[in-house]
Design a protein around this ligand. Structure first.
Ligand code: PMP
Length: 418
């Protein structure tokens, strides 16, 4: 278990994989009689003991609703829930905790911006600019509202290596564009997009930029002020926290002018049948009872990641990526998707003659969890002309041995599928 105190003295030393793995109880399990090799971290990450215990402790000792009660448990629950807002604000270097809206994840965060910010401003002929490598959350959310008013979603192209063509993105920032969206780190290719550069170009044209940070927040140091974007969405379960948690960061002046997306309890100032006045942000956007225990767990996850140090976890993941890239490129008949110069530890691939799902199923029999499919990125699959890929996505708790096990298993199943 890593405490804040011992992490400070050890932030300069590399991560000790054996020690770190012991923090994640699930990593010790077996699948089909083999030790689990969990390489599906971009889908959801495993949870350290601290997170599991924080959720357990909340239900055993504190459980109460937030904001509605003056009794001790209610006050404790509210304080614990609100503490995660503070931790998130510090984690992404937001200027104010009031700019953090707690959501169920990235999907809800983007939909909140779509309905509360974009929809009231969009008219026929307007455009929302995204990129070819977006997750459906950053495509479909915009299409649903664009259709209502006759606006459309357009995409900036990428290179075959999986890099955004920045000049083409900037060239598409015409006066028709009312909002731009970009994924910080691609969940399929691992590409790290040049968000600062894109934000600068958007800002110069008065176009707000939303960044989908689902895959970035767990692996990179995110500083929304340095990035210069306007909206930043993230998901807690990929950040080693519970499912059903996430956040939207938005500039105060944008949130202030946004009407609520959901109506209900906890988001109002006064209600009568003649009309209702709403609470200030962020509570205006948090109607109903939230996933309180989940957010308590997310707070513990942020403490845990901070305790390890993002510089160290990032360095560890870069080293794992280098090892995995070298090992996979030696596999005959393997096609790797995504060779961006700036890349996170995500490896999408196909083997000649083998369907992605067959490959993933056979790997599962070897105890190896990888994802196969379109990864909620149909346009990207269309760009590469494939229906699906297999994706191995790494976290700092993975090991070189696990990558070697994957490569050996691919060689074995290739023979079965040949
Ligand atoms: N964007 C990206 C890049 C993702 O990888 C994901 C999750 N696969 C999402 C958005 C959606 O996140 P969630 O399902 O947690 O809302």
């Amino acid at each position: 278990m890593n405490t804040q105190a011992d992490s400070v003295s050890s932030q300069r030393t590399p991560l000790d994989a054996t020690r770190i793995r012991a923090d994640f109880p699930l990593l010790a399990r077996q699948v089909h009689g083999k030790p689990l090799v969990y390489l599906d971290n971009a889908n959801t990450a495993q949870k350290p003991r601290e997170v599991i215990e924080a959720v357990d402790r909340f239900y055993r000792q504190t459980n109460a609703n937030v904001s509605r009660a003056v009794h001790t448990l209610g006050e404790e629950a509210t304080a614990a829930y609100e503490a995660t807002r503070d931790k998130l604000a510090r984690f992404i270097h937001a200027p104010s905790r009031d700019e953090i809206v707690l959501t169920s994840g990235t999907t809800q965060a983007i939909n909140l911006v779509a309905y509360s910010y974009a929809l009231p401003r969009l008219k026929a002929g307007d455009e929302i600019l995204v990129t070819t490598m977006e997750h459906h959350a950053n495509i479909v959310s915009w299409q649903v509202i664009a259709e209502r008013v006759g606006a459309k979603v357009v995409a900036a192209p990428i290179t075959p290596a999986g890099e955004l063509i920045v000049d083409e993105f900037i060239a598409r920032l015409t006066p028709r564009v009312k909002l731009a969206g970009v994924v910080h780190v691609s969940n399929v290719l691992g590409t790290i997009n040049p968000v600062r550069e894109l934000a600068k170009a958007c800002r110069a044209r008065g176009i707000p930029l939303l960044v989908d940070g689902s895959q970035a927040a767990p692996h990179l140091r995110v500083d929304v002020q340095a990035l210069g974007c306007d909206f930043y969405a993230l998901t807690g379960h990929k950040l080693f926290g519970p499912t059903g948690t996430g956040a939207l960061w938005a500039r105060k002046e944008l949130l202030r002018d946004m009407p609520p997306f959901f109506g209900g309890g906890e988001m109002i100032r006064t209600v009568s049948f003649d009309g209702t006045t709403f609470a200030d942000p962020p509570h205006r956007f948090e109607a109903g009872t939230p996933n309180i225990a989940g957010f308590v767990g997310l707070g513990a996850a942020i403490d845990y990641v901070n305790g390890l140090g993002l510089d160290r976890t990032g360095a560890r993941e870069r080293e794992l990526l280098d090892h995995a890239t070298a090992a996979l490129t030696c596999v005959p008949g393997l096609r790797l998707f995504g060779q961006a110069r700036e890349k996170a530890a995500v490896l999408s691939f196909l083997i000649d003659g083998a369907h992605a799902h067959d490959l993933a199923t056979l790997l599962d029999h070897e105890g190896i969890a990888v994802r196969s499919g379109h990864h909620c990125a149909h346009p990207l699959m269309q760009f590469y002309g494939v229906p699906a890929t297999v994706r191995a996505s790494l976290a700092f708790y993975n090991t070189h041995e696990e990558i070697d096990t994957l490569v050996r298993a691919i060689a074995k199943v290739r023979k079965l599928l040949a």
